[in-house]
Design a protein around this ligand. Structure first.
Ligand code: NAD
Length: 422
């Protein structure tokens, strides 16, 4: 790995990656790569996750194109321009400006659940900022990893942009090297390993982690619309295997039965009477994650709590969208990020109590609220600390490139997207 990093460091030191022209050429090459190979990307995700093509197009390809063209290529000149700042009387008649400079050589370690988006968006950021970059895709999505290696090898300037495939051993070897920035996406346990490795060289890190993203449901809402938006954010995002998927719902005891009925009826419309056969649902990524799911469902504390779904097919790694009502807060399903298609509901007497429940746990990556009450919206925004807050929808903030995307506390460090990534 040392040789590889040295080679990229030499390219970076030569100044090649610094120019506006190099950055634009590489971003255009990346954009062409995506345009030319859409079907292969869809096929790779079908292989790795049985991901429905529509989901791949909407959440990987379209968001990538947006990040590359609408955001980075369109804004790059503006981002690169020095920013004049005011000086004070004490330094009169001086002028001052903030000049952006490339960091050098960046390492991107990405996760399996959105393998193209999570790999290429940080690569776009590294290129836009004039850096050399090494991408380490996730071994858990092997077809996507090898397609990324093949296509980046073919389309990009390999003296400064490289892919290293592999698992823990290869990532550990990469982490022993000195980098100028590490951008990691994945779980918090490995996030801590990455941060510890970065400390040795005082390397700055972005850690895009996960967490238990709650959905608070008030009773004065258009329930049908809310149910659809919760379903789209949970099962419509990789069957719940998305960092911003609703992890659990909090609602009042009185309202919970109505919410369950609405979820059942809308789930029926989304996935039909036999959701295990639906082509619109991704599978669980592998048998380890399926075993984890089974453990969550077999916990004595949630026995009898399933109010919808629960059917599974271990051979095909599939499970129907499953809702559990009134799970105890100390059950396994409520103690760690779920990251599978199970959606527990916990109940409170008054909706305002939901905020205490959320604040009693680690800070989530996202938090959602469905309400039409102005005061409750305001309380939500001032009381809840999360990477992102969305009112009356789920997951949508991820698609807004003018917002920083990232976590806070246990859900991450630093920000992604657009200018924030630059
Ligand atoms: P993963 O298993 O693909 O691991 C992520 C990366 O870490 C991989 O490239 C892997 O090779 C590497 N890795 C694994 N173990 C390692 C070790 N011991 N040492 C060094 N490197 C190691 O992905 P995952 O962690 O299962 O991803 C799911 C998690 O990621 C969830 O918590 C999810 O919420 C979070 N996530 C966050 C975002 C975000 O943008 N915030 C996006 C997607 C996923």
């Amino acid at each position: 790995m040392g040789l590889l990093v040295n080679e990229l460091r030499e390219t970076s030191a030569s100044g090649k990656t610094r120019s506006y022209e190099w950055r634009v050429t590489q971003l255009n090459a990346l954009s062409n790569l995506i345009d030319d190979h859409e079907q292969e990307i869809v096929d790779a995700l079908r292989f790795d996750l049985s991901k429905p093509p529509l989901e791949t197009v909407a959440y990987e390809i379209a968001l990538l194109k947006n990040s590359c063209k609408a955001s980075s290529l369109k804004e790059l000149k503006h981002w690169m321009a020095p920013e004049k700042v005011r000086t004070s009387l004490a330094t009169f008649p001086s002028s001052a400006e903030i000049v952006s400079e490339p960091l050098g050589v960046v390492l991107v370690i990405s996760a399996w659940n959105y393998p193209f988006l999570l790999s290429l968006v940080p690569v776009i950021g590294a290129i836009a900022a004039g850096n050399a970059v090494v991408l380490k895709p996730s071994e858990i999505a092997p077809a996507s990893s090898s397609l990324l290696a093949k296509l980046l090898g073919k389309y990009m300037d390999n003296s400064s942009i490289r892919v290293v495939e592999g698992a823990v051993d290869e990532t550990s070897a990469l982490l022993q090297q000195k980098w100028d920035k590490i951008f990691y996406t994945g779980n918090g346990r490995v996030g801590r390993i990455v941060m510890a490795a970065a400390v040795k060289h005082l390397t700055p890190v972005v850690l895009e982690l996960g967490g238990k993203s709650p959905v608070v449901v008030d009773s004065n809402i258009n329930l049908e619309v809310a149910a659809r938006r919760i379903i789209a954010g949970k099962w419509g995002c990789n069957s719940g295997q998305a960092c911003v998927s609703p992890d659990y719902i909090i609602t009042t005891k009185d309202y919970a039965p109505k919410l369950v009925d609405a979820l059942k009826s809308e789930l029926d419309k989304f996935y039909g009477k036999n959701p295990l056969e639906s082509k619109d649902l991704s599978s669980i990524v592998n048998s380890n994650h399926f075993a984890r799911l089974t453990k969550l469902m077999d916990d004595d504390k949630v026995s009898g709590k399933i109010v919808c779904g629960g059917e599974k097919d271990e051979k095909k790694l599939r499970i129907a969208p499953t809702v559990l009502l009134d799970v105890p807060r100390d059950s396994l399903i409520m103690t760690d990020e779920i990251f599978v298609p199970l959606l527990p509901i916990i109940t409170v007497d008054k909706v305002e109590e939901s905020f205490d429940v959320i604040n009693s746990g680690p800070k989530p990556l996202a938090a959602y609220l469905f309400t039409n009450k102005k005061a409750l919206k305001e309380k939500f925004v001032t009381t809840i600390s999360a990477g992102g807050l969305v009112i009356n929808d789920t997951t949508l903030h991820l698609a807004v490139h003018t917002l920083p995307f990232g976590g806070i506390g246990d859900s991450g460090v630093g920000a992604d997207h657009g200018k924030f990534l630059f």
